[in-house]
Ligand binder design. Structure first.
Ligand code: NAD
Length: 455
């Protein structure tokens, strides 16, 4: 059989970084059968035994983080410093601590009442599919594959078609220590993703767009296959009148433009109280002016390219639409018509009749709306079908009260929305369906069984 190949293109240069063979859709059931054969022996190792196997990659990930980081930057564009950081966050002591947390989460629990003694077990489900996006192309597979393996499942990973090489590199690393067949890779685009969802898998762990997530949920429902969906966002930042405006502006520039805005918890909407709006905007412009756009392999680059021309055009068309509907450009607005680079852009006067205020942008655009008071800010922040993260800047007690009014899964006060180790990564509304990380998150990759006896 002649295999078709998938080229990985460097978004900064247009050069081919490498290629992989596309997995023929007809082969996917065979891979699932192989996974099913490999799973029982892996499951029999128990959580501690599996953790001991997987811990062997902890130092290898750190040791190879420089070369893997370069590959990651060449495939998707982010600054190499951030790429290396992404890889290191998946290895070393981080990984050892995560594995210990997963062992704890999966341990049997004894629950007694007056008449009954029950033991709650967390057993393997069987075969798990992990379908992942390109924006954190090492960390996203890691976040899905690791808890699935730790729960005793065999896993089939389908990395994004934009970043097949780093996805393959992740699987290769794990396969240095895993028994054959426990972790396999399917390469391709949505056809391969759909075929994997339709195959005989017990759980589909997906991180990606809301549209693909809805499709997967519908397709999985035919077999009542389990799903864990981590989807898109449209995160608001509220700047209250008692905020430290300098800190808020620094955060806004960082969180709107990091990874060229291609982050699920990017700040995409900013609601700033009219009392501090001018000062905030001046500082936001000053912070943004300092940012350098370029090839992620250049040491001084802070913002790399968009992943591809389609994503660049999507961002440009949202900005144009907003300008036509009355928004004004306070900074940037330009781009490179032949390449994938976009200048960080600040729009002011954004209203909710503009696509850019409603649909995910996933690009380097900060949309500023001036509000009369916090009630208006909260109403606008909650006026979204997404609900992944949110951030409030203000006097801490005041900001904490406002935070409790926000309909998002993760809310940061005077900082980003990510929680302490052990807390879930979770979306509200159409940003998530199930969640991961944390004790309860890890348990979603397992089948709960209760065995009871009379006392
Ligand atoms: P995408 O949905 O286009 O693709 C994600 C993966 O799903 C890819 O591997 C793709 O091939 C596959 N796929 C696409 N359609 C499919 C279908 N119908 N059935 C099965 N598989 C399918 O997303 P993307 O462009 O790769 O990533 C960007 C999106 O991911 C953004 O919406 C972003 O917010 C989201 N994201 C969310 C989180 C989170 O934690 N919530 C984290 C990272 C990215």
């Amino acid at each position: 059989m002649v295999m078709a190949s998938l080229q990985s293109i460097n978004p900064a240069t247009g050069e081919v970084v490498g290629e992989v063979e596309i997995t023929p859709v007809a082969r996917i059931p065979e891979l699932v059968a192989r996974a099913r054969n490999a799973q029982p022996a892996w499951g029999d190792l128990g959580p501690r035994g599996r953790a001991d196997v997987l811990a062997q990659v902890a130092d290898r990930i750190i040791d190879r983080s420089k070369s893997l980081g370069r590959l990651l930057t060449m495939e998707m564009g982010k600054p190499v410093r951030e790429a290396v950081g992404e890889i290191r966050s998946c290895g070393g002591d981080h990984l050892r601590a995560e594995l210990d947390d997963m062992v704890d989460a999966l341990a049997p629990e004894v629950v007694d009442d007056a008449r009954t003694r029950s033991v709650v077990y967390r057993d393997p489900l069987g075969v798990c599919a992990a379908i992942t996006p390109w924006n954190f192309p090492f960390a996203m597979p890691h976040w899905m594959v690791m808890p699935a393996l730790m729960a005793g499942n065999a896993v089939i990973l389908k990395p994004s078609e934009e970043t097949p090489l780093i996805g393959q590199a992740y699987a290769d690393l794990l396969n240095e220590v895993l028994p054959p067949g426990v972790l396999q890779v399917v390469h391709g685009a949505d056809d391969q993703g759909k075929a994997l969802v339709a195959a005989d898998v017990d759980l589909i762990a997906f991180t990606g767009s809301r549209e693909a997530g809805k499709h997967i949920l519908a397709a999985a429902s035919r077999r009542l296959a389990r799903v864990v969906l981590e989807l898109g966002g449209k995160d608001p930042l509220i700047v209250l009148r008692d905020a430290d405006v300098g800190r808020a502006a620094k955060f806004a520039a960082q969180n709107s433009f990091r990874n060229a805005g291609q982050v699920c918890v990017s700040t995409e909407r900013i609601y700033v109280d009219c009392a501090v709006a001018d000062a905030f905007l001046d500082k936001l412009i000053a912070e943004t002016r300092r940012l350098t756009v370029g090839n992620g392999l250049d040491e001084d680059t802070q913002i790399g390219p968009m992943i591809n021309a389609r994503q660049r055009d999507h961002v440009v068309s949202q900005v144009r639409d907003a300008i036509e509907r009355g928004a004004t450009v306070a900074f940037g607005g330009g781009g490179d018509p032949d390449g994938n680079f976009l200048q960080p852009t600040i729009l002011v006067g954004v209203t909710h009749d503009m696509a850019i205020a409603v649909d995910e942008t996933f690009g380097p655009v900060a949309c500023v709306t001036v509000v009369d008071d916090e009630d208006e800010a909260v109403a606008l922040a909650n006026d979204s079908r997404f609900g992944l993260g949110a951030v409030v800047f203000g006097e801490p007690d005041h900001a904490a009260r406002v935070a409790r009014r926000l309909d998002a899964g993760m809310i940061g006060i005077n900082r980003g929305c990510g929680g302490a180790r052990g807390t879930p990564w979770v979306g509200a509304k159409e940003s998530g369906y199930g969640y991961h990380s944390s004790r309860d998150g890890h348990r979603q990759f397992a089948q709960t069984r209760v065995v009871s006896t009379s006392k």
